[in-house]
Design a protein around this ligand. Structure first.
Ligand code: BTN
Length: 325
């Protein structure tokens, strides 16, 4: 619950309309001590507000966190099932973890878990996934397709297409896909997808698709080890991008493609995926756990497996690897 003091403080800043408010003035306006003002300002900063402090002038809010609300996401959403059952959380360890639990408890297909922040976000190959508050989209979607286990990677590829289309529609940017599931803009990663599943023998019970999108991070928001390899939509577009609109766009495209997939199989999705892929037709290096394969990326099989032709004409099927272009 927001305290009355916090609400009054935000009202005071709203009325100031971008002008500076001194600590003393705020304290008088909302009837508290200057120490209390200072404490609340510290808490606002922790929540993602950017406040500028200038000596003798006071404070002014220069950036608000673009917080997503569940109501905002529901408003105007026209999908039949994706995002209809929506769990919105402030801070979680990982949305994947929650999704697994919900899937086990029979959550309906299309259930989505979105968090403003993940403290133990996970990426592929047991890597961590940096998921700071209010800046990105961190979500997991539960699907329950009636398909066999080897076909599961097709859904990762399908998701990548849905995200690329949604980014393109909303921002006009032209993202590309790097096999299997990285989405890049000008060579830097903007999105990662992590697909995990629950299965019994050869049948899939549920697929949990984890999506991480860097939306409104500034350069300073990235830790130094990611600075050179990651980017955000804000950095590429030069303006803030609405996370709520992007999420809704992804739900819409994902549902459309998923229904097409269930109806017509993987071929139409594969063609779309290949049209967005950067690696196809190029010389690449694929580093698997055991070896490095250098050669020309020919395309993907119907199971989403990458085919690489080496210099001796031998075709390798790569199931999991890091790709260097
Ligand atoms: C990758 O390594 O490229 C995949 C990253 C996937 C990150 C997302 S963020 C939402 C979901 N929850 C997680 O802990 N991971 C995925």
């Amino acid at each position: 619950m927001q305290s009355q003091l916090r609400k009054d403080l935000l009202d005071a800043f709203t009325k100031a309309d971008g002008a500076y408010l001194s600590g003393q003035h705020i304290a008088e306006l909302i009837g508290c001590s200057r120490t209390a003002v200072w404490k609340h300002i510290g808490e606002l900063r922790k929540e993602g507000f950017e406040l500028e402090a200038v000596r003798r002038k006071g404070y002014r809010i220069v950036k608000t966190p673009e917080k997503i609300t569940a109501d905002e996401l529901r408003l105007g959403l026209t999908t039949k099932f994706i995002g209809k059952n929506l769990h919105y959380e402030e801070t979680v360890d990982s949305t994947q973890k929650i999704a697994h639990r919900l899937a086990y408890d029979d959550a309906p297909e299309g259930t989505v878990i979105i968090a403003e922040e993940q403290v133990s976000g996970r990426g592929r190959m047991a890597r961590r996934w940096h998921s700071p508050k209010y800046t990105g989209i961190w979500m997991s979607i539960i699907l329950r397709p009636n398909i066999s286990l080897p076909k599961a990677p097709q859904l990762t590829l399908l998701t990548a297409v849905a995200i690329v289309q949604a980014i393109e529609e909303l921002t006009g940017l032209l993202p590309e896909i790097k096999w299997p599931n990285d989405i890049l803009i000008k060579g830097k990663k903007v999105t990662g997808i992590l697909t995990e599943l629950e299965a019994e023998s050869d049948r899939i019970n549920s697929i949990i698709i984890g999506i991480g999108i860097n939306v409104n991070q500034t350069k300073e928001d990235f830790p130094s080890d990611l600075e050179q390899i990651a980017t955000s939509l804000l950095l590429e577009k030069g303006e803030t991008v609405s996370r709520a609109d992007l999420i809704k766009g992804i739900f819409t495209n994902l549902e459309k493609l998923y229904l097409l997939y269930l109806e017509e199989g993987f071929l139409p999705i594969k063609l779309l995926w290949e049209s967005y892929a950067i690696s196809i037709g190029k010389k690449i290096t694929a580093r698997t756990l055991t070896q490095s394969i250098i050669g020309k990326a020919l395309g993907i099989t119907d199971d989403g497996v990458l085919m690489i032709e080496d210099d001796h004409g031998k075709i390798h099927h790569v199931y999991s690897a890091d790709i260097e272009l």
